[in-house]
Design a protein around this ligand. Structure first.
Ligand code: GTR
Length: 328
């Protein structure tokens, strides 16, 4: 009996020792994503997790939490900063208030189109934005697409800036967006993404702004049927990792993580292109009242004070803004 006890103790000691050694070899990360299953970002982040495991030979695994179940975006960004979460797929909009360089992408109409945004992000401006994010403890591994954001609401088509007058418009948490709505004479209402559907439905807000895929995936098109193609913001998104988690990796695993993120971004961009079209088709079929904006310059002019105010408060960002504007 005594011997059996000794044997059992021996076995459990071995078991404990092997668990410890496995645990210290393998890292298990948690990742945040706001979107639902099937959304391009969700599919791409799952692919990222799969590639990560493959490329690190199982040394790193990532458990993705989708649909915003781990909380709203500003809180999740904070969690990645402090290391409560390792990774997130974030829109640069809510990162902007924490990282000045990242905020320049939230100046309305700063990018002419998606191509311009890609060239700027993949070039010197992207490096400066990444450096700004690194200062707050976040490493941008790759950039995802998020299309162009346009206005939608439950009241009327928006054709000219004054049509926004008096409308309550939901925006993401960033003073630049509140300033943008105020500049048009509307009432900005900063609010978490998850609350927008109910707020549109009950009239807490009249409208919001987003790209086709988010307008569709959230069901906002069912409760705010006027979509007006203002395309006032083209905001990139990132696959972002906590800096300490990243910097503690071996050179080999750092490369594996970056490669996995970049490959997932290629997939995300390809899926995005298709989804932007299928989402638009779906909401049109569902009876959305769509309109183009006859004179976009009028919106650019009306939003100019947002640029002026921001750049006079942050003169050190003028060169970065010019770098973006001059990116061919
Ligand atoms: C989506 C974006 C999300 C979130 C959302 C919002 O287009 O992918 O990360 O920022 O918009 O409006 O809150």
């Amino acid at each position: 009996m005594k011997n059996l006890k000794k044997i059992m103790l021996g076995i459990s000691a071995v078991a404990v020792a092997s668990t410890i050694s496995v645990a210290s070899l393998a890292e298990e990360w948690r990742g945040w994503n706001i979107h639902k299953p099937g959304y391009p970002n969700t599919v791409a982040m799952d692919k990222f997790a799969e590639l990560l495991k493959q490329k690190t030979g199982g040394e790193i695994t990532l458990k993705m939490f989708h649909s915003g179940v781990l909380g709203n975006q500003p809180d999740a960004i904070e969690q990645v900063r402090v290391g409560g979460l390792a990774i997130g797929n974030f829109n640069l909009g809510p990162i902007g208030p924490m990282a000045a360089e990242a905020n320049v992408v939230s100046l309305p109409f700063i990018f002419k189109d998606m191509g311009h945004m890609h060239r700027a992000l993949d070039g010197a401006a992207g490096d400066k934005i990444s450096a700004g994010m690194a200062k707050i403890g976040i490493v941008a591994l790759a950039w995802y697409d998020s299309g162009a954001r346009s206005f939608y609401n439950s009241k009327k088509p928006i054709m000219k800036p004054s049509d926004v007058k008096g409308l309550k418009v939901r925006v993401m948490n960033n003073d630049l967006y509140s300033g943008m709505i105020s500049a048009l004479g509307g009432n900005p209402s900063p609010m978490a993404f998850s609350e927008v559907f109910q707020s549109l439905k009950t009239g807490v807000v009249d409208g919001a702004e987003n790209n086709w895929p988010s307008y569709e995936s959230t069901g906002h098109f069912e409760v705010a049927k006027y979509y007006s193609l203002s395309q006032h913001l083209i905001i990139p998104e990132c696959v972002c990792i906590n800096d300490k988690v990243y910097n503690n990796l071996s050179a080999k695993n750092k490369k594996a993580v970056k490669d996995a993120a970049r490959e997932s971004a290629e997939l995300q961009r390809a899926l995005w292109e298709k989804r932007a079209i299928s989402s638009r088709d779906k909401v049109m079929k569902a009876g959305v009242k769509f309109n183009e904006i006859p004179n976009k310059q009028a919106f650019m002019d009306a939003m100019k004070p947002v640029h002026t105010k921001y750049l006079s408060a942050n003169p050190d960002l003028v060169p970065l803004v010019n770098l973006i504007k001059n990116t061919k």
